[in-house]
Design a protein around this ligand. Sequence first.
Ligand code: DGL
Length: 271
Amino acid sequence: MDRNAPVGVFDSGIGGLTVVREIMRQLPDERVVYFGDTARLPYGNKSKENIIRFSRQIIRFLKTQNVKAIVIACNTASAYALETVKNEVDIPIIGVINAGARTAVQSTASGKIGVIGTEGTIHSGIYTQVIRKLDPKIQVFGKACPLFVPLVEEGLFHDSVTDEIASRYVSELKAKYVDTLVLGCTHYPLIRSTLGRIMGEGVVLVNPAYETAIELKTLLKEHGLDCEKGVKEQEKFQFFVSDLAEKFTSFAASILPNQVGEVRKIDIEEF
Ligand code: DGL
């Protein structure tokens, strides 16, 4: 395997760009091929069966781009598909759940962790499972927050509507006195300041995107797949979507530090 090959990253749409942003910051030499499944999002309210099917198609597409490793940036796809697809690929593959869960376990002093995410992620119980495996004494309180994704996609990062909805969603977690809150959905880091203010100073917010970039760095090193320095800038990032390339481009430009360039639309059902 070529150590200078790109890393494949995929998500249901734009949210996974929060993971790409961390990869850009923490692994600045790595090339990335990103796929956002904008034709079929949201994943958060779809069945496990479908998420596994979508993930398999995307992995087949990413393999055509000769990626050396894959990051499932989507929490819902990590929750539903990683266990299954990791046995089907011959390259390293990680999701975002383990890194977030591990950090939450390290952070909690009270042993009470809150997890917010899509309906799929919360109902899968995956964060609870992984956290309790690491430390069975920890209590985990999950809360699905389905309205956050559309609010973020509307750009309402700092808005009284987002404040009001966030207060309602997290009130039951506050009542449990959690001291750590996992932002278990790609979109939530974008409303981090709102969530931080509402949860209060004593609560640590865990961003799995940040922790996943660290895990990726370690994984690539362990496999001797970390990129050499000095790969040409123009080949560095490639973006593919299954629909609405223009909308994706403007969102990406607003959250990524690097230029996005051309976003190509592909028919993912062909894979
Ligand atoms: N990317 C999804 C996640 O992290 C959120 C958006 C969606 O529901 O597709 O779970």
